[in-house]
Design a protein around this ligand. Structure first.
Ligand SMILES: CCCCCCCCCCCCCC(=O)SCCNC(=O)CCNC(=O)[C@H](O)C(C)(C)COP(=O)(O)OP(=O)(O)OC[C@H]1O[C@@H](n2cnc3c(N)ncnc32)[C@H](O)[C@@H]1OP(=O)(O)O
Length: 168
């Protein structure tokens, strides 16, 4: 199962390795959870020494989103709802870890939860989140593949063969 974009797109703000302004997160599967370590840069601060809450939200959003790849029917999803509790300020300096798990999937909807912690001690929970995610519609996937042929492999389980493709 491919958790990271290896196509020539790679512009996602959170995970795109070609996005010069992005966070360049790389995800791994670990015991049914999605994990990524992240070392914030100076530009990710809000208050001095404090990582901006929007950056923390992005990390959680992206990790929770990835858990839908662990569903019985893996799917790429859009975030419908994201609830975050910022428990402690996220410090600029130490390596951080985000870990997320799939809570449930029903039809096109999935729910997931996760944490941002210090990488060296996952007992130090800095922020936690719960979210609802909706599988991309077949029409949206077809459009994405039409506009970005490299995504065909990425979405292969859902892909229509070229001969099936409807004129857009
Ligand atoms: C090569 C590939 C590379 C890929 C790039 C790398 C990966 C990048 C990954 C990036 C990841 C980045 C992540 C991002 O940044 S994703 C971007 C941020 N999110 C969005 O832009 C989403 C915008 N909203 C929508 O598109 C639609 O509203 C969605 C898709 C969410 C639903 O619209 P849809 O038309 O599908 O459904 P419906 O409206 O008919 O509703 C049907 C039912 O579904 C349930 N429901 C619906 N909404 C919610 C909700 N909010 N909470 C709870 N439940 C919800 C509810 O039961 C509802 O029934 P009812 O209650 O109405 O009766």
């Amino acid at each position: 199962m491919e958790l990271n974009d290896t196509t020539d797109y790679q512009l996602c703000f959170a995970c795109g390795q070609r996005n010069p302004y992005g966070l360049k997160l790389v995800f791994q599967l670990e015991n049914d959870t999605i994990v990524s370590d992240f070392r914030p840069q100076a530009e990710h601060q809000g208050f001095p020494g404090v990582i901006h809450g929007g950056i923390v939200a992005t990390i959680l959003d992206e990790a929770l989103n990835r858990t839908t790849m662990l569903a019985d029917v893996p799917a790429w999803t859009m975030t419908g709802r994201l609830d975050i509790r910022y428990k402690r300020y996220v410090p600029y300096g130490p390596l951080l870890r985000v870990r997320a798990k799939l809570e449930m999937q029903r039809g096109r909807m999935a729910q997931a939860s996760g944490y941002v912690t210090l990488a060296e001690d996952e007992n130090v929970i800095l922020a936690q989140a719960h979210g609802t995610f909706m599988a991309l519609s077949p029409e949206m996937i077809t459009n994405l593949m039409h506009e970005n042929p490299a995504m065909r492999d990425f979405f292969a389980p859902h892909a229509q063969k070229p001969s099936d493709e409807v004129a857009l």
